[in-house]
Write a protein that binds this ligand. Sequence first.
Ligand code: PA5
Length: 333
Amino acid sequence: MKNYYLDWHKMIERAVDSWGKVSVSFKPRAIAITGMGGSGCVGDYVEALASSREGFGSPIIVVKSSSLPKYVAGSDLVFAVSYSGDTIETIMAFGEALRRGARVVAITSGGMLEECSKIRGVPVVKVSEGLVPRAALPEMLIGILGVLDSMNLTLASRDEVVELAQFIGERSLDAVNEAKALANFIYESSSNLVIATHTPLEVIAVRGKNELNENAKILVKVEVAPEWAHNDIVGWENPFTRNWAAITIADPGNILGARLVEFMESIYVKSGVKVHKLLLKGSNLLEKLIYGSLVLGLASVELAELRGLNPLETKGIALYKKFLREIAEEKPC
Ligand code: PA5
């Protein structure tokens, strides 16, 4: 599975080749991005990029559910993202978007989402087959960035994505080394794990949590400053157990954020928690987000290996999907 991550620069190049193949001419009031798990987090990345972009025209609504917020309507654009194309919640939200008259674009490698899209005349950004959803993050994300660029809602230009591929290719070895150190730290701690960061990096912490859940089969808590300083910080005064370790993530280019993370570290240390720090590399937010995600993805696979577990196998998700198929009533298209 490690190779899926180590090939991210090639995946980004592939996505650049498809840039502009799906274009939409429409000025949406808002953009909803719906998906679950490894596909659902794609919306978080778009939201983080849009929030940091001055003058970006449409608010981003991230939906990790089978139902869209009631206010999503015909004047909105909905991206339905499902790597497999067979995730019931995403198919249901896709059907709901069409019923409300919203413009819809699907991002998938196939499955029911591709079939339904063909039937309903919905454009599809087709991503590479044969991966696991969480490892296809860059291709799904760049698929959306390409469509947005075609609408003059640019969060990254084609040239910036070309530079991203080069940057990730050049930094792969750094990422591997950082990931090994991180995995060893978590393995040796053998305790509850916190991933702590500052805004606007919450997306990396959540993605890292998901990767460690799915690939390494451990539980993880996410803490994000400054909100952390208004609740979690008090929890650290008297927890039931001090058997915790913390990974902190900071953007060295964000002076306030980096200082907040240093403050978080001082509280963890005072609480008897061991800390391992990850400083993000990259010259813009997109590069930093993808670099951080690569390190955490590789670390989660490395940790699975240290624990003798198969990172590809997600029994719990399969069990849930079977259960949902039995209880879901909706026929999507
Ligand atoms: O990464 C994974 O395997 C999961 O988190 C899936 O992404 C999640 O179960 C949803 O499936 P899909 O991405 O195929 O819609």
